[in-house]
Design a binder for this molecule. Structure first.
Ligand code: IPE
Ligand code: IPE
Ligand code: MG
Length: 253
């Protein structure tokens, strides 16, 4: 029995978020340049997108580049941007063929103009697709997002469009880049680092976290199924007691 057959298809996470980490170390371990790791990481992206589409997962968010990553050596940043443009150009038809809708979250103004155009075009081409929502976090950081949202809220209050007492969690959510997305239920980070690195700090409040030593370029469908299986063993209590959760499940079933 493969890991896929063990999955409870009734209890799949609706939204999976992944910090795709370990490309550089993976390449160095092979005596290669860090960029080789980023190139090989693209194959993992393809595979995992395909796996999520096959399973019928609603949303997959991939952390591809953080605002802090701009501080890497220029050679690496340029290599990643080039890879991004080429990959999007190559993959947009496959996305459409598979009914996948692309979204981008992050500070797009920081991207080179060509990368911005390429991304905008791909988002627009796939906007009518109704299958998997693939969210690329690009030039993204949660602190940037939260400060940006606070600024927009302040502007709307100043303009009289919003009263301070109107600001509820639901309203606040509408000011985030992820306004249209449900919160992730499962967050996976590859390559052995156990930290969040400025990713979806607000939205991950109740996500189940899964850390694996596997480097991103080695991450394949079986690794994803393993993460989901692990998620399915968790009891999500949201502050309640275990007894309350079990009673509720009995009522539902
Ligand atoms: C993740 O891999 C990709 C990006 C951050 C762009 P890294 O490049 O961080 O790889 P490691 O963590 O140095 O191995
Ligand atoms: C987080 O990885 C960002 C992405 C995977 C895009 P990093 O490699 O940049 O994170 P740190 O620096 O190890 O925390
Ligand atoms: Mg890293």
């Amino acid at each position: 029995m493969s890991l896929k057959d063990k999955l409870d298809l009734q209890r799949l996470p609706r939204h999976i978020a992944i910090i795709m980490d370990g490309n550089g170390r993976w390449a160095k371990e092979k005596g290669q340049d860090r960029l080789y790791g980023h190139h090989e990481g693209v194959e993992s992206v393809r595979t995992i997108v395909e796996a999520c589409a096959e399973l019928g997962i609603g949303y997959l968010t991939l952390y591809a580049f953080s605002t802090e990553n701009w501080d890497r050596p220029v050679y690496e940043v340029n290599g990643i941007m080039e890879l991004l443009v080429n990959t999007i150009r190559k993959e947009v038809n496959t996305l459409t063929k598979n009914n996948i809708r692309l979204h981008v979250i992050g500070d797009m103004n920081m991207l080179p103009p060509q990368a911005q155009r390429e991304m905008e075009e791909a988002v627009s081409i796939t906007s009518a697709n109704t299958g998997l929502n693939l969210v690329m976090a690009l030039s993204y950081s949660a602190r940037w997002e939260i400060v940006n949202a606070a600024r927009k809220v302040a502007e709307d209050v100043t303009a009289g469009k919003l009263k301070p007492t109107d600001i509820t969690q639901d309203v606040w959510q509408q000011y985030l880049c992820t306004a249209a997305l449900p919160d992730p239920e499962l967050m996976i980070r590859t390559s052995g680092e156990c930290r969040i690195s400025n990713f979806l700090l607000y939205q991950l409040a109740y996500a189940e976290l899964y850390f694996t030593d596997t480097r991103w370029p080695d991450f394949r469908k079986e690794n994803l199924y393993e993460a989901i299986l692990n998620y399915q063993t968790r009891e999500r209590r949201f502050g309640k007691t275990s007894e309350q959760i079990q009673q509720n499940e009995e009522i539902i079933s």
